[in-house]
Ligand binder design. Sequence first.
Ligand SMILES: [Zn+2]
Length: 343
Amino acid sequence: MVLVGSHLDSQPFGGRYDGTYGVLAGLEALRSLDDAGATTLRSITLVDWTDEEGARFSPSLLGSGVVAGTIGLDDALARTDANGVTVAEELDRIGYRGTFDSSSLAVHRCFEAHIEQGPVLERTGTDIAVVTGVQAIRWFDVVIAGQDCHAGTTPHPDRRDALVAAAGLIEAVDALATTVNKDLRATVGEIRVQPNSRNVIPGRVRLAIDLRHPEPSVLDQAVTQLRTAAADIAERRGVTAEVRPVLDMPPTVFDAGTTELIRSTAAGLGYSTVEMSSGAGHDSMNVASRAPASMLFIPCVDGLSHTEAEDIRDDWAVNGAEVLLGAIRQAADERPDLDSHHR
Ligand SMILES: [Zn+2]
């Protein structure tokens, strides 16, 4: 089959198009083929991957992870949300616990349309991004330990303030994009402070760090500088700073033939295109480990995503769906004897 789709789940506060656009664009493409009475050599299947965001059940990319074999089905079904409810219980409750054995899935090519979730397409007036892959991701936790003590009685030279040390490290992480590589993404997205009380000097802080770049060697440099910065700040502030690796996800390179189908279809329809490495993780990363897969992006307003402000224009939505339709139609008519690239 030719597979097309994305995901319908979202982050707690949205947005409305991240994932949903790709499922509905695929649905519209299928309906258009039906409306036209078109027949294809291969079947075309629409997919809505369960729990892409991981906002309720960890890890993210859960459904496609089962298909890719990165997480076992029983393990995925046993995952619990913050209230202890399992994926299996929720699928039973809503009537979506299927019996299809995904190990028998035979995918000829997989296509996913998605909003860019960044500002490049809108800023440059480009219609479609042809996505060549997904950049590598590394996560670290940094645990900074000093000494919590009274805010009113402890002179500053005697302090071992973990939060002041964390402030320095946050600046250092942000600066990695300047010192290492301009295309590096280096973010501190989460901070936990103990004891988190106005009149107590913070004794312990945990920072959650997200580093991304298409080239693992660039990430190696960033990690080296991160460790150096953490050690320097720790020494200066009289604290300890332990850098703990949490996730090391290699880059994904999408299938060249599938990517070319998207590019040539977009060009044939008269759309402007640009090649892009995805900054965000997507289900197509998982699919790519089993079948030829690729993605296209459409612009989103002001590059905003994972927020209620996330928005797209109607003509952008139509452009992407037309490219998707053309690409899946061609893929669905490719003959089996051309399938030498298959894994
Ligand atoms: Zn998404």
